[in-house]
Design a protein around this ligand. Structure first.
Ligand code: SAM
Length: 287
């Protein structure tokens, strides 16, 4: 069956009494070239085990199945696995798991399902869980690539550079773990039902090593979060709200790192945050 043909989809959904859920971010792809382009962009082949999040009725799953060694798709909506059994009847390298990706033990799943395989994620993500899902996936460090469709605005934020309005703590987090690349945009008309916003497909390629030497990751991300917690304020104000150090001590830290006391967090890159975090760590240990 053609999983991107709106009338075939409607028949399949209606005959199973399916209703779209907004809270589950259910916008299914109905433009055949889009799942094809996403699967191609993911750059997978038979050596890969691919984890998909939210297969829906399987438009992307099918394209992944044609390329990957194996596909495991985690779907939260309990009514979808029986539809997927019909729509993906020909795909014998696909396994559907009923569950919530945010509650799934990804390390165990990967060990059980993809032993000996290279690992990738590919998904048209439910937009309301984009940041927690990406954080969870990148935290594992398991996947060579993560290729996902997300809101264009969020993709732009992730791919932004220091000094731009879009740049934020999650930009730093994502760029610390991976190299993000926006592959292409997808208009609302390619989905059923059509979302209000444009989407982008973004590919994260895992870094072999972070872009700067970071001695203490916890401290590094504490500094990053504090730096963006009070946007438009100086970095010293953000840091002084998060660390038990005087403003004078923090200004000294910044000056020792070669920055002006009035510098703003939004203008700093990963190497700069790494230097500041190291100095703050030293000051805290000295106190
Ligand atoms: N992959 C399909 C496509 O491209 O047509 C559907 C994508 S739709 C944007 C998101 C899918 O994720 C839905 O099938 C939804 O039920 C599922 N979903 C939502 N929250 C989820 C969660 N926490 N864990 C797993 N799947 C989830």
């Amino acid at each position: 069956m053609d999983l991107c043909n709106p009338s075939e989809i409607k028949t399949l959904l209606e005959s199973n009494g399916f209703h779209f859920s907004k809270s589950l971010g259910q916008n299914f792809l109905i433009e055949g070239r889009v799942p094809l382009k996403i699967a191609e962009g993911a750059g997978i082949d038979g050596s890969f085990g691919v984890l998909e999040i939210g297969p829906g009725i399987g438009a992307l799953t099918k394209r992944l199945s044609e390329r990957a060694g194996k596909v495991v798709a985690v779907e939260l909506d309990k009514s979808l696995p029986k539809l997927l059994a019909v729509s993906l009847a020909d795909c014998d390298n696909v396994e559907i798991i009923s569950g919530d990706i945010l509650k799934t033990d990804i390390e165990t799943l990967v060990k059980e399902k993809f032993a000996g395989m290279r690992l990738a994620v590919c998904a048209n993500l439910p937009y309301n869980i984009t940041t927690p899902v990406l954080t969870k996936l990148m935290d594992t460090g398991l996947f060579e690539t993560i290729t996902v469709m997300i809101q264009r605005e969020v993709a732009r934020r992730i791919a932004s550079k220091p000094g731009s309005d879009d740049y934020g703590a999650f930009t730093v987090y994502a760029n610390y773990h991976a190299v993000p690349e926006i592959l292409f945009d997808v208009s609302p008309g390619c989905f059923m039902p059509a979302p209000k916003v444009t989407s982008s497909v973004i590919k994260f390629t895992r870094r072999d090593a972070p872009p700067a030497e970071v001695k203490d990751e916890k401290m590094f991300f504490r500094v990053v979060r504090a730096s963006f917690a009070q946007r438009r304020k100086t970095l010293v104000n953000g840091l002084s709200a998060a660390f038990p150090l005087s403003k004078e001590a923090l200004i000294q830290v910044l000056e020792e790192c070669g920055f002006d006391a009035k510098v703003r967090g939004e203008t700093l890159g990963i190497p700069e945050f790494a230097r500041i975090a190291e100095k703050i760590g030293e000051k805290l240990n000295a106190n």
